[in-house]
Each structure stands twice: as structure tokens, then as C-alpha cells.
Design a protein around this ligand. Structure first.
Ligand code: CMP
Length: 793
């Protein structure tokens, strides 16, 4: 179990049974509530400035020493006492979980809380560096729950800040000095571990077993003499006999005290050796390194004595485990030895900077194929310096963005920001004057950021984040894109109220968070803006495809598919843009983007036939000598027999017909799906030069579209009409359900036509609106021609 803790504090916090029990009342929503300033109930949070808030480490350490003493004195030999001890811990966790929100049990009461702090150090050997985790905060063991959609969401109530569960390293640096009781607890820990095992060894006297095997074979866990021995003397120092009842707590305390003295000396030694002029820095460095050493000693001592962690591992197994722990803790020590607060700060600043740079244009070129997320902190700073698009105003905006982020998350204070952001300023080519200008700006826009205490800001930020996630989850479940409380059902309103209670936000803060999700809220505005841009872009792409289709008809159905997309986007946006007082983008006059872009977009279209058509176009380009990169998989999107067939590289008869159909006027309005349907329903037929297609008075059996050559119509009175490519013939009999009205034969060059049999025609009329429209269009086009007495061409 300890290995788990060493490797990952996060994991342990997720599986600890006490932590679980402490969350029970919270999960059942039976927690103690308190009336907030506006009379609304909210969850109680332990005040960090209260007596308990200030002295919790002493309390936890006392509980730890008491627990260890009880174990050595009586608990090991009595199942009853052991059970009582466990039960009282469970009860404690339960009661605290009812009385206070969040992880108050773990942070303020659990005796193992500070132990975890000690053995985690700045961060566990394999712990996640939270400050480098980018925008997601699903790191480490912070209070999270799994939503109904299976998503990890925050339920943080900011029960303590800084919090080891959110960013252990940040907590580490903030608590390096000035955290009451922590230094004592930390440096006493190795001594407590040593004393605990020495006292077990000493207890072996009188068992007939050697001290080592008494410990090693876990005989002490079953020693039935313990209760009788409570008042028996035990040799503590020299030959002074003291009853165990006193000797055991005294021994543990002595171990703790000696350890504190030894590590105190180590601190002073390191401090002297550091010898820099900056005494505060030397002091902090010495405390940091002493803590690392204390942790290393404590862990190795633990595994030295408790080497039989894995039952039946044998001597070789035990030695390997000890070696592994020594190696792991040494690597951990090596990695942490040269870390300091400024390094941590630079890393977390670079993380904020990364997020600001993401918004800049021209970033892709500057990255030359690398991902922003892959850059080291130093590289991010260098990138900021090297970005060609970095005008003074942009640099100031980036600086302001980073500063706001760091202030909001309490990572810098406004007073120290000038000094702490020095490196960033240099990299952005900014001067102190620019810093002042940004602060002036913030004073007007966001005064609270500058005046509120950093930890308070962080606390608010955490609560707001958690509330946002919970609201978003509620909206997703209710299928809402915009939140309008008056439109919620009773049940949903009750849930929303529960989110408010849990968040602990005051009325003003809650309203401002809620408004982010309303029609004028930032969420909706961002979403609308994104769609607005998308619509404008897709309209430009449509023009591009339309232009391309003039010289390459195979692209025409894709232009139609793009037009369909823009139409449905327009319909979706219309009302919402009006509600948010925004207007539709103006129709573009020029094509925009590239053919590749348009094809990529349509490849991911939900209509699988459109995607299949993209592959047809790809094939066409390949045939003309173009180079194609493979297409990404269409994740989460449906497929169709046509798409499957093209993907398998098949070339069916229907597929041969498609490029021909795409050229025909009759099918000019058909999207890929419509054309594929038509191709499946009909066939290509050929007639030799002068061959008769049908005669006047013949029964009607279908209609055709000229693909190649001409159809010659012999109307009454010796007149002829010539029907060229794309023209329809034989439709009159089909529509009026009568015999053929004229003779029709192939021209001298012969005739190739796409032929639809009567039943296929009727089916298509029902299945495809686009087909019916296309048919009507051609018929209407004939009316003026017929009335003016001219023959159609
Ligand atoms: P249908 O009557 O089925 O068979 C003969 C076809 O010739 C007819 O449909 C039309 O498609 C075509 N046709 C008949 N009259 C004319 C005309 N005046 N101009 C062009 N095409 C015609």
C-alpha cells in the first residue's frame, strides 16, 4: 500500500476507504448547511483562519502518535480494540464529512493526511505535474465525480487552499515556510518510523523469539501478552525501567524530537553551505532539501524494517524491494534536489503562456509541424519571442492574458507580479511601462483580481469552475444549449439549486456564473461566433467548389452538399443570432479556402454518401497524377454501402455512371446521395447511328437522359428536334401515362443515354425530392420554348 502512495498520491486518495466514507453524506446531499449572507443555504467550509484551520497539523500529528502508541500498547493483541480503533476512524470520517464540505476529513483531521504530504514531497515519483497539465484540471486526486455521461467533473468546494489534491507541488512551495506545525511534523517523521520499529523489537523480550524474527514474522501483530504488559516496566534509556504505558508514547515522542533536532542541524548545515547573499532564498532551499532528505530516510527506514510487504517473497524478494525503494527514492531526490519555486513558477507561467499563444494567428508556421503542447517551458518562452506576428499590442494582450490567469489562480499576487513576470516581459519584448499599462487596464476591467487576496481568488476560481462544470453537465443532460432558468422543469430547477448550494458561491458570483450560460452569455456568444465563422467559411468553400465544378463536373454534387450544409447552418443560426443581437455574415463574393480544405470538411460530413463521393473525387485526382494523403478515419460517423464499396476500392457499374450523371442537367440539383440512388435505379443504354429508340404510338416503358450523341425527334408535319447532352426524352408519355407522341431515333453519331424504367421512375419520384424538382425544372424550361413555337436545343 505504501508503494502505491509513493508512486502516486492521486491513486491513493481515490481508493482510500476513509476518504470514501467521508464523501458519503456529500453524495447523498445530507450535508450540514449554513445560511449564506443572502439568506440562502450553503455547505459549511472549515474556515482556514479558525483555531482548527490553523492548528490542524498538530491535531493530526497528535492523532497519529496516539494511534501508533495504542497499536503498540494494546491494539495488536486485541481484535476488539483494533476494531474499535478502525470504527472510530470511520465514524470520525463520517461525522466530519457531514459537518464540512469537500475533503475536510483528509485535509484537516485524518492522521495520515500530513504523512501523505511528507511522502509525496513536491510530487510523487510518478505523480502528474498538475501545473503543466494545460487546460484540463482532471489531474491528481482533486474532488471529482463521474457525471451521468461518464465524464469527469469537478465538485471542488475549495475546502482548503492550497490543496495537495489539485497541485501538490504548488502546495509544497506555498507551505515550505509559514505553515504551522508542518516543519516539525515533516522532520519528526523519520524518527517516528524508527522509534516505532525499535519499540516493536524491544517488545520481543520474553517471547523466546529473536527480536528480528518477532518483527519479521509479524509475531507482534498477534502478540497476546500486550494487555498484560501495559503496566510492566520496559527498558527505555540505559537501564531505566518505565512502564510501557509511559515508555511507548515517550519513546515515539523521543524519536520524533531527536529526529527534529538532527534534521534541524541538517537544515542549518545546508543553509550555511548555500552561502548566498539572499538569506531567505538559502533558508528556503535548505528547508526544501532537508525535507527531501527526511522523506528519503523515512521511506527507506520503513521498507528496511517492513521488508516482508509481499508475503512469500523470500530474502531475495525482500532485498529487491528494498533496493527498488532505495533506487526510486534516490531518483526522486535527484529530480527534486535542484527544483525551486522559481522553476516551478516559470513552468506554470509557461503553461499559461502556451494557452495565450494558442490564440495567435501564424502559430502553425512558427511551430514548423511541432505541437505547442510538446514544447518544453523554455521553448514556449523562446517561441513567444520568435513569433513574427507579435506586434506590441498582441504582446501586451498575451501578457495581460497570462497575468490574469496567474492572478485568478492565485499563482502570483498583484504586488509581486512586476518582479515575477520579469522573464515573460523580456521574452515578449515588453518593458516595465507595459506592465503598468496592463495593470491600469485591469484596474478598470477587473479590479477584484488586483485587490483580492490570492488564496481567496483561487478559492473563488475553484468554486466557480466546479459550478460551471456542474451547470454544463445539467444542461447536457437536459439537451440545452442555452440556459434560461424559467424554461427549466421543476426537477431541473431543484438540481440547479443544489449546484448553487454545493458551490458555496454568493448570490452575485452565482448569478454571474449563470449568466455565462444564458443567451448573452460568453458560452453562447463563443459558440455563435464559432458557427458564424464556420458559416462564412463554408459559403466561401461552396463558391470554390462551384467554380471548380464548371471545369470538373464530378465536383458539382459536392458543391451541392456544401450548399446543403450552409443552408442548415443558416437555419440553426438565424433565430439565435437575432436573440444575441448579432447579424448573419454577408454573402461572400469570392471563393475562399482550398479544394483540399473543402474535401476534408466533406469527408467528415455526417452523410456517408457525401464522404464516399469525396473518395471518388480523390480517385479522379490520383488518376490525373495528383498525390493524396490518406484520410483520417470518420470517427463516430455512419457508413453506407456506397462508402464501404469505394473504401474497398471497388469499381461497380453504378460508379461508372456517376460521373456521367453528374454532368446531366436533369440531375443538377442532386446531392451525392441522390445521384447514387438514381444510378442504382437506372442503367446506361446505347443505340447505333440512326437506330430507332421508339415509335409514335408505342406503349410507354420509361424515359431517358442523353449522355452522349443526340436524340432526333420526328414530330408531326416533317419537323425534327435535336436533343443534346443532358436533355430529357420520353418524359411526356411517362407523365401523361399515354403512348409515345413522336418517333425518336439515334443521331448519326449514335446515342448513349441513361435510361429509367417506368417502375424505377415512380420509385425515384417518391424517394427523392431533388429528383422531382430537377424533372419539373426541365419541364418548365420547355414551356416557353413550346409556346414560342421554337424547338428546344
Ligand atoms: P414521349 O411522348 O414519351 O415520346 C416522344 C418524345 O419526344 C416525347 O416524349 C418528348 O420527350 C419528345 N418530344 C415530343 N415532342 C417534342 C418537341 N416538340 N420538342 C422536343 N421534344 C419533343
Amino acid at each position: 500500500m505504501l508503494l502505491t502512495i509513493v508512486l502516486s498520491h492521486e491513486l491513493w486518495r481515490r481508493i482510500c476507504p476513509l476518504s470514501f466514507v467521508s464523501q458519503l453524506f456529500g453524495a447523498l446531499k445530507w450535508q450540514r448547511l449554513q445560511t449564506g449572507p443572502k439568506g440562502k443555504p450553503r455547505i459549511v467550509i472549515l474556515d482556514p483562519s479558525s483555531w482548527l484551520g490553523r492548528h490542524h497539523i498538530q491535531l493530526q500529528w497528535t492523532l497519529l502518535l496516539t494511534g501508533l502508541s495504542l497499536r503498540l500498547l494494546v491494539a495488536n493483541s486485541s481484535a476488539l480494540i483494533l476494531a474499535l480503533l478502525c470504527l472510530s476512524a470511520l465514524l470520525g470520517a463520517l461525522v466530519v464529512g457531514w459537518a464540512y464540505g469537500g475533503k475536510s476529513w483528509c485535509q484537516y483531521f485524518c492522521p495520515l493526511g500530513p504523512v501523505q504530504t511528507v511522502i509525496t514531497g513536491p510530487r510523487g515519483a510518478l505523480g502528474t505535474p498538475a501545473h503543466l497539465s494545460g487546460v484540463t484540471r482532471t489531474t491528481q486526486s482533486m474532488c471529482r465525480t463521474v457525471s451521468a455521461e461518464g465524464k469527469d467533473v469537478s465538485v471542488c468546494v475549495a475546502c482548503t487552499t492550497p490543496c495537495i489534491d489539485i497541485d501538490s507541488e504548488r502546495t509544497y512551495w506555498l507551505n515550505l515556510t509559514g505553515k504551522r506545525g508542518l516543519n516539525w511534523a515533516w522532520t519528526s517523521y523519520p524518527g517516528i518510523v524508527l522509534a516505532f520499529y525499535l519499540l516493536i523489537l524491544a517488545t520481543s523480550a520474553g517471547t523466546g523469539e529473536s527480536a528480528w524474527s518477532y518483527l519479521h514474522n509479524s509475531s507482534f501483530t498477534y502478540d497476546s501478552r500486550l494487555q498484560e504488559l501495559v503496566l510492566q516496566p520496559m527498558l527505555l534509556i540505559g537501564s531505566l525501567p518505565v512502564p510501557r504505558l509511559i515508555a511507548i508514547p515517550a519513546g515515539l515522542s523521543l524519536g520524533a524530537w531527536v529526529s527534529v533536532q538532527v534534521f534541524g542541524w541538517v537544515t542549518r548545515f545546508i543553509e550555511r553551505r548555500a552561502g548566498t547573499d539572499d538569506t531567505d532564498h538559502s533558508r528556503r532551499l535548505a528547508v526544501h532539501r532537508t525535507r527531501l532528505l527526511a522523506t528519503l530516510v523515512a521511506l527507506n527506514l520503513f521498507f528496511f524494517f517492513k521488508s516482508n510487504v509481499v508475503p512469500g517473497a523470500g530474502v531475495a524478494g525482500e532485498r529487491s524491494l528494498q533496493f527498488l525503494v532505495a533506487a526510486l527514492t534516490s531518483v526522486w531526490l535527484f529530480r527534486s534536489w535542484h527544483r525551486d519555486e522559481s522553476l516551478y513558477r516559470r513552468e506554470s507561467t509557461s503553461d499559461s503562456l502556451r494557452r495565450q499563444l494558442m490564440k495567435l494567428p501564424g502559430l502553425d508556421q512558427a511551430l514548423e509541424g511541432r505541437q505547442l503542447g510538446d514544447l518544453s517551458p523554455l521553448e514556449v518562452f523562446t517561441l513567444a519571442k520568435a513569433l513574427p506576428v507579435m506586434s506590441l499590442q498582441r504582446a501586451r494582450n498575451v501578457y495581460e492574458g497570462v497575468m490574469k490567469d496567474l492572478l485568478r489562480t492565485g499563482r502570483i499576487s498583484s504586488a509581486s507580479s512586476l518582479l515575477q513576470l520579469d522573464e515573460l516581459r523580456r521574452n515578449l519584448n515588453l518593458e516595465e511601462q507595459d506592465h503598468h499599462a496592463v495593470v491600469r487596464q485591469l484596474t478598470q476591467d477587473d479590479r477584484d483580481l488586483l485587490t483580492t487576496d490570492g488564496l481567496e481568488l483561487l478559492r473563488n476560481n475553484l468554486r466557480q469552475e466546479a459550478a460551471r462544470e456542474a451547470i454544463l453537465q445539467l444542461m447536457n443532460l437536459a439537451g440545452l444549449e442555452v440556459l434560461q432558468p424559467q424554461e427549466l422543469s421543476e426537477g431541473q430547477r431543484a438540481q440547479l439549486d443544489q449546484v448553487r448550494v454545493n458551490s458555496g458561491l454568493d448570490e452575485g458570483e452565482w448569478r454571474s456564473v449563470l449568466s455565462e450560460f444564458g443567451p448573452y452569455g460568453s458560452l453562447e456568444q463563443d459558440r455563435l461566433l464559432r458557427r458564424w465563422r464556420q458559416l462564412r467559411h463554408e459559403r466561401g468553400l461552396f463558391l470554390l467548389l462551384d467554380k471548380e465544378a464548371a471545369s470538373w463536373p464530378l465536383v458539382a454534387p459536392l458543391a451541392r452538399a456544401m450548399a446543403d450544409r450552409t443552408r442548415s447552418l443558416e437555419q440553426q443560426l438565424d433565430e439565435r443570432l437575432m436573440a444575441a443581437e448579432l447579424s448573419m455574415p454577408a454573402e461572400p463574393t469570392h471563393p475562399e479556402g482550398t479544394l483540399d480544405e473543402a474535401l476534408d470538411l466533406l469527408w467528415q460530413d455526417p452523410d456517408p454518401d457525401t464522404a464516399g463521393w469525396v473518395l471518388l473525387v480523390d480517385r479522379g485526382r490520383l488518376r490525373e497524377g495528383g498525390v493524396l494523403l490518406g484520410r483520417q478515419p470518420r470517427e463516430g460517423l455512419a457508413s453506407s454501402p456506397f462508402l464501404d464499396a469505394v473504401q474497398r476500392g471497388e469499381q461497380t457499374e453504378d460508379m461508372d455512371e456517376l460521373p456521367i450523371l453528374a454532368r446531366s442537367e436533369l440531375f443538377a440539383d442532386l446531392s451525392p446521395a441522390g445521384l447514387i440512388l438514381v444510378a442504382a435505379r437506372g442503367e446506361v443504354r446505347c443505340w447505333g447511328p440512326g437506330e430507332t429508340v421508339f415509335r409514335r404510338g408505342d406503349p410507354c416503358d420509361g424515359l431517358g437522359v442523353v449522355l452522349d450523341g443526340h436524340a432526333v425527334v420526328h414530330t408531326g408535319g416533317g419537323e425534327t428536334a435535336l436533343l443534346g447532352s443532358g436533355k430529357l426524352f420520353g418524359e411526356m408519355a411517362v407523365i401523361s401515362n399515354s403512348p409515345r407522341s413522336a418517333d425518336l431515333q439515334a443521331s448519326e453519331q449514335g446515342l448513349q443515354a441513361f435510361w429509367l424504367r417506368l417502375d424505377a421512375y415512380h420509385m425515384l419520384l417518391q424517394e427523392s425530392r431533388e429528383f422531382s424538382n430537377g424533372l419539373m425544372k426541365q419541364l418548365v424550361e420547355r414551356i416557353p420554348t413550346a409556346s414560342s413555337g421554337r424547338s428546344p436545343q
